[in-house]
Design a protein around this ligand. Structure first.
Ligand code: PMP
Length: 426
């Protein structure tokens, strides 16, 4: 049993010694002390079904034994920077990752986070194209450093500091957007930004295939092919931010696959290290050359421990057929959520792919008024009944269901049943 400090003591220390901007998901914060596959355990030993962990860390499942073993073994051998010396971990993982990429995408740069990966991707795009202007989509989240905060496009995540060189295109939002699911209509806005907001040439375009923080918004079909074509004509580089939707989560290995495009640069992080800080940027040999213009290095990017973890995650995804599982369990769960939508007016929209699903709550289906308080209430009640889900969207009224990829149909049933019981009581 857990013998550490109580939740109240931890909360007190957090208030005194940690960032005042930190937030907790629940009214009564959860003290998580153990994790095993799709379950988390609190300080009283109570088990929770974790249907949100995937977003933060977990592809293979909490403390997956293969990943733990890889990490522990590597820590005992050598843990160092891989900048100055040779080491097989980084080389082997880069080779395995390249094998997962389409086209000529085969050169990997490792970082320690998603923000760093996107910062590097945007810099590469700017250097390669010789243009500063980058286009991102409203409602996106790409990071919180100087460049990426510029690309992030929700006021809640943007501080009032200089963020130059990014234009924000209309979100191809199929639920609220003016053009419904007509991706090509939204894509015209990107062409307009190029024509009226820049010299006619751009550095690049960055987007998620499914916006995660933005509330599991799938870009309207037809949007990315049209935008990629506009960007190419304007001399720009296309960047797919796969930090949330990559690594088998959507049932495809990469989120962009469903859109029939091949980006020039792909970035990834979060689940790829199964909880170990690891990010990556993959591009073509030709584009990668721009980084030889000056010295570029990252002390811990691609260190032996993190790349061993990442490589172990890739192997587990293959061994346990987690991509297929994400597709099967995801579509089963989505069907069940649609049935719930027929039953409860409050569910305005059910969307997403694989194990990256969103449920948008509204108090009025026609007006699509965000049901913010209700979202918090249901999340809290679900936690009380042993199920953890996340929330997102600009108004905080979208459930984000992004479990570890080992999630089963029984887990999906339990999640929906719990949601059903709570909604029935409201
Ligand atoms: N891109 C996307 C799509 C993200 O969701 C996030 C994190 N929410 C990031 C980038 C930034 O990743 P990190 O927090 O690891 O810097």
């Amino acid at each position: 049993p857990y013998t550490g400090p109580s939740a109240a003591e931890i909360l007190q220390k957090r208030k005194e010694f940690l960032s005042p901007s930190l937030f907790c998901l629940y009214k009564k914060p959860l003290n998580v002390v153990d994790g095993k596959m799709q379950y988390l355990f609190d300080d009283t030993g109570r088990r929770y079904l974790d249907a949100f962990g995937g977003i933060a860390v977990v592809c293979a499942g909490h403390c997956h034994p293969d990943v733990v073993e890889a990490i522990v073994n590597q820590t005992k051998k050598i843990q160092h920077s891989t900048v100055m010396y040779l080491n097989n971990c980084i080389a082997d993982f880069a080779e395995a990752l390249a094998a997962k990429m389409p086209g000529d995408l085969k050169v990997v740069f490792f970082t320690n986070s998603g923000t760093e990966a996107n910062e590097l991707a945007m810099m590469i795009a700017r250097l390669y194209s010789g243009c500063q202007d980058v286009i991102s989509i409203r409602n996106a989240y790409h990071g919180n450093a100087a460049g990426t905060m510029g690309a992030t496009a929700q006021s809640i995540w943007k501080f009032n500091v200089v963020q130059t060189g990014v234009h924000h295109a209309v979100n191809p939002d199929q639920y609220r957007g003016a053009f419904g699911s007509d991706g090509e209509m939204y894509a015209k806005d990107v062409q307009d930004l190029i024509d009226y907001g820049t010299s006619g040439r751009v550095g690049g375009f960055i987007s998620e295939a499914i916006q995660g923080v933005g509330g599991i918004m799938e870009l309207a079909p037809g949007y990315l092919p049209a935008v990629y074509s506009s960007i190419k004509k304007a001399g720009g580089v296309t960047i797919a931010d796969e930090v949330q939707c990559g690594f088998a989560r959507t049932g495809d290995f990469w989120g962009f696959e469903a859109h029939g495009v091949v980006p020039d640069i792909v970035t990834m992080a979060k689940g790829i290290g199964n909880g170990i800080p690891l990010g990556a940027v993959v591009t073509t040999p030709e584009i990668a050359q721009v980084l030889t213009q000056r010295s570029y290095f990252n002390t811990f990017g691609g260190n032996p421990l993190c790349t061993s973890a990442g490589h172990a995650v890739l192997k587990v995804i293959e061994k346990e057929k987690l991509q297929e599982n994400a597709r099967d369990v995801g579509s089963y769960l989505k069907d069940r959520l649609h049935v719930l939508q027929d039953k409860y007016e409050i569910i305005g929209d059910v969307r997403g792919r694989g194990l990256m699903l969103g449920v948008e709550l509204v108090t009025d289906r026609d007006l699509k008024t965000p049901a913010k308080a209700e979202t918090l209430h249901i999340m809290d009640q679900m936690k009380e009944m042993g199920v953890l889900i996340g929330k997102g969207g600009f108004h905080g009224n979208v459930f984000r269901i992004t479990p570890p990829l080992c999630f089963t149909k029984e887990d999906a049933d339990y999640l929906v049943d719990v949601m059903d019981v709570i909604m029935a009581k409201m």
